[in-house]
Design a protein around this ligand. Structure first.
Ligand code: NDP
Ligand code: MG
Length: 389
């Protein structure tokens, strides 16, 4: 029996992970499941998977969680410290699928136990890649990518020598507005931005796909994960979302990973690695698909890509600034307080304002400093948005 924990179990990635695990309950011993406000889902899954403990991130939800778990034998807990304690319970495999920078501390807690961490929470690599990798190295933990592009790269690199790699190409669907006139983007609504043409994901990452902040973060994630310099990482718009990423080798070969737009492939690959096991995903009918297309992302449509490169060039904790400003701008977009195109303008302004603050951006990459930088960048983003209002 493999002991597994799922951080962010009630979300889109968490539920896809549970779908795979629930198909073979005899193979898994579920240790911890964590969620946020969706207490009914958390309790339902904790009961049916016979988890040891279920944790909600929010103290005020604890009574509801306790009531929902009454008589089940599953422990209930709440709050940020409880999330980290749950992540620290001995497990062979931990899924990190909390959304946002909130996933950083629990992910680090899991890594300190020396476990295998399946990492969907790209924000933690964007904010604190060096810290994540160092914590894994020091504790003998392994990190496996879950983001579909990074899983694709990881698979294309199997058995290859990194020295032979010339470039890495991330594909992007182009999101909800890839075919809109650029001048209309400023009045894109929340519901329009929350609909993805190809993937069914959580709301935040869906909006980030429309703005390409998601791909921008994935460029940083690629640099951290595979240790390649930014100039070796390219982005191409591929509306069909069939090729998830490509690795280019020095002999001119391009290895492409082709698969259905179903996160259970990447999750299942990380769950069964180093083996490949059967997965309940669609088998592609290439003749029916017919053709695949590619185009260059227009910089005016997707300014987020340039901002990620700016953050990488700045170095230090600029990734944490970039992520926090983006998260805050996204909150405001969801609340209807900033326009769709305003999000990138806010992030650009926050990067510029904090760039000069060497106390912040050049501080050592510790969890405390990353957390402090995250708070300052969010505050700075709120100020920028208040000034614009
Ligand atoms: P969802 O929004 O669907 O789920 C997020 C999960 O995190 C939920 O369990 C939610 O709880 C929990 N959560 C929210 N806020 C907090 C908080 N402050 N503290 C602790 N837990 C919290 O997100 P996704 O599943 O879409 O994405 C999860 C991660 O995976 C993200 O980092 C995303 O970028 C990445 N990812 C997602 C992909 C996808 O297909 N969805 C693809 C590739 C990467 P609740 O809902 O109960 O409130
Ligand atoms: Mg992705």
């Amino acid at each position: 029996m493999r002991r597994v924990s799922i951080l962010g179990a009630t979300g889109s990635i968490g539920q896809n992970t549970i779908d795979l695990i629930a198909r073979a309950p005899e193979a898994y011993d579920v240790v911890a499941l964590t969620g946020g406000r969706n207490i009914a889902q958390l309790a339902h899954d904790a009961r049916r998977l016979k988890a040891e403990i279920a944790v909600t991130a929010h103290d005020e939800c604890l009574d509801d969680l306790r009531a929902a778990l009454e008589g089940s034998g599953v422990e209930a807990a709440a709050g940020a410290a409880a999330l980290c304690e749950a992540a620290e319970r001995p497990a062979d495999w931990v899924m990190s699928a909390i959304v946002g920078a909130a996933g950083l501390a629990p992910g680090l807690a899991a890594l300190r136990t020396g476990t295998t961490l399946a990492l969907a929470n790209k924000e933690s690599l964007v904010c604190a890649g060096g810290l994540i990798l160092e914590t894994a190295r020091r504790n003998g933990a392994r990190i496996l990518p879950v983001d579909s592009e990074h899983s694709a790269i990881f698979q294309a690199l199997r058995g290859e020598d990194m020295d032979a790699v010339e470039r890495i190409i991330l594909t992007a669907s182009g999101g909800a507005f890839r075919d809109w006139p650029i001048e209309d983007l400023g009045r894109a609504s929340l519901s329009e931005a929350s609909t993805h043409p190809n993937w069914d994901m959580g709301q935040r990452i869906t909006i980030d796909s429309a703005s390409m902040f998601n791909k921008a973060m994935e460029v940083i994630e690629t640099r951290e994960f595979f240790g390649v310099p930014p100039e070796m990482i390219e982005v191409v718009v591929h509306p069909e979302s069939m090729i998830h990423a490509l690795v280019g080798f020095r002999d001119g070969a391009l290895m492409a990973h082709v698969g259905p737009a179903d996160m259970r492939h990447a999750i299942g690959y990380a769950l069964h690695w180093p083996e490949r096991q059967g997965l309940p995903v669609e088998r592609l009918d290439l003749a029916r698909i017919g053709s695949l297309s590619f185009r260059t992302p227009e910089p005016e449509r997707y300014p987020a890509l340039k901002l990620a490169r700016q953050a990488m060039e700045r170095g230090g904790l600029a990734g944490a600034v970039f992520n926090a400003a983006k998260e805050q701008a996204l909150d405001h977009f969801i609340e209807g307080r900033v326009s769709f195109t305003g999000m990138a303008e806010v992030v650009e302004e926050v990067l510029t304002r904090l760039d000069a603050d060497t106390d912040v951006v050049d501080a050592a990459m510790t969890l405390d400093n990353v957390t402090r930088t995250d708070h300052l960048a969010r505050q700075c983003a709120r100020n920028v948005m208040a000034e614009r209002a």
